[in-house]
Design a protein around this ligand. Structure first.
Ligand code: ATP
Ligand code: MG
Length: 369
């Protein structure tokens, strides 16, 4: 899949922008705060219906304007898809595909796919479990609508159950209603656990060989699902922990406490496997993160039978030249947008199909023009 063109109107610092794209690599070069990430955000938002920065619609509308428009023309296999996204300050956003309004976001998600890679992603191994759960959820929600539903419902139910646990402390008669919430929590929680289990196993299979290459065959990486509770035990354990939950006024067990482990196996005989989250060096942790991210691209390809659009926000400068090269080689047939604050970092990588643009104060023009 490729993006053929993008039109922006009053989106972030872009008043009006039209750009045509081709396959291969597009480099967006410019100083800080000129609008490079804003353009990637426009793509990510249009593809996934959320901002990767977690911004609200009103924050993405150009200052002092009431609405913003993003139009994209995408070619997927031999089809052309026209996507119109309309952000409004105090109303719900509108989205249309080939002129037909989409009522439920869920029906739209999955039509087009992208993978975004930012410097924060390189931190995923050293950050806390909440960040890693966010990563699983973001990926799985994009790939699996059933998961999207179970995950959303689980989170809603959890919030309501936690509120009820608080309310019961001064309204004990509400205790009777807890069973209903527990039933829902277990129903959606089990689905979440089962999907995460499958996803991490699948991702681990792809990550292993990528990591071996990236580490020069010195190490292999196995991803593990560090689950808080198994799907089959959830109902029973939730019942058992009820008194504790009532005392603590919060739900102590469930997939909202899950984590992923990153186990490194070295090629050296006799050396123990190590958990990169706890014992990995900074370099090892970053390589693990890069392996997982690259595996994600392959997994999206496999699941969608198509190539996603790849957005690399400021990551190349964060990688050493070996890893840069490996990343660039493995994405050579994917339409990729790369942002950078200087072209020096590309000197050692002569791209064949590559166009360079300069980004300055919300305007974009061909490099050198
Ligand atoms: N709603 C908005 N309306 C107008 N301008 C905005 C809005 N939101 C953000 N901006 C401007 O966009 C700028 C940031 O743009 P962006 O994040 O794309 O920078 P960048 O080119 O990626 O820079 P860096 O290299 O530092 O990452 C901010 O400095 C801000 O002035
Ligand atoms: Mg940026």
């Amino acid at each position: 899949m490729i993006i053929k063109s993008i039109d922006l109107l009053d989106f972030r610092n872009y008043e009006e922008l039209h750009l045509d794209f081709e396959k291969g690599i597009t480099i967006l070069n410019g100083e800080n705060a000129q609008g490079k990430t804003n353009l990637l955000e426009a793509v990510f938002l249009t593809f996934t219906c959320r901002s990767h920065r977690g911004s609200k619609d009103r924050e993405m509308i150009r200052f002092n304007r009431e609405e913003a428009h993003i139009k994209m023309l995408v070619r997927k296999e031999d089809r052309e898809i026209r996507i119109d996204l309309h952000l409004k300050k105090d109303k719900n956003r509108g989205i249309a595909v080939n002129g037909v309004p989409i009522r439920k976001t869920r029906d739209y998600l999955g039509l087009v796919n992208c993978v975004l890679f930012s410097p924060e992603d390189l931190q995923i191994v050293k950050e806390g479990p909440a960040e890693r759960r966010k990563f699983i959820d973001a990926e799985l929600c994009q790939l699996d609508k059933i998961y999207l539903n179970s995950c959303t419902q689980y989170k809603k139910t959890l919030e309501q159950r936690n509120q009820l646990l608080k309310d019961i402390s001064y309204m004990p008669e509400l205790l009777d209603t807890l069973d209903v919430w527990d039933e829902q929590l277990v129903k959606y929680g089990r689905e979440v656990i089962q999907k995460r289990e499958e996803f991490i196993a699948e991702l681990s299979e792809i990550t292993g060989p990528i990591h071996e290459k990236l580490s020069g065959k010195r190490e292999s990486l196995i991803l593990g699902y560090d689950k808080n509770i198994g799907a089959d035990e959830f109902a029973e354990e939730l019942r058992k922990s009820r008194d504790k939950d009532l005392k603590n006024k919060t739900t102590g067990i469930g997939p909202h406490r899950d984590d992923i482990s990153f186990i490194l196996k070295t090629a050296n005989e006799g050396e123990e496997n190590l958990d990169a989250r706890i014992y990995g060096s900074q370099g090892q942790q970053r390589t693990c993160a890069l392996s997982v991210k690259m595996a994600e691209i392959r997994l999206v390809e496999k699941k969608t039978n198509d190539q996603p659009v790849l957005l690399l926000d400021d990551v190349l400068s964060e990688l050493d030249s070996l890893r840069q090269q490996y990343l660039l080689q493995s994405i050579s047939n994917i339409q990729t947008f790369i942002t950078c604050t200087g072209l020096d970092e590309f000197v050692s990588h002569p791209f064949e199909e590559c166009r360079v643009y300069d980004v300055e104060k919300g305007r974009i023009r061909k490099h050198g023009e």
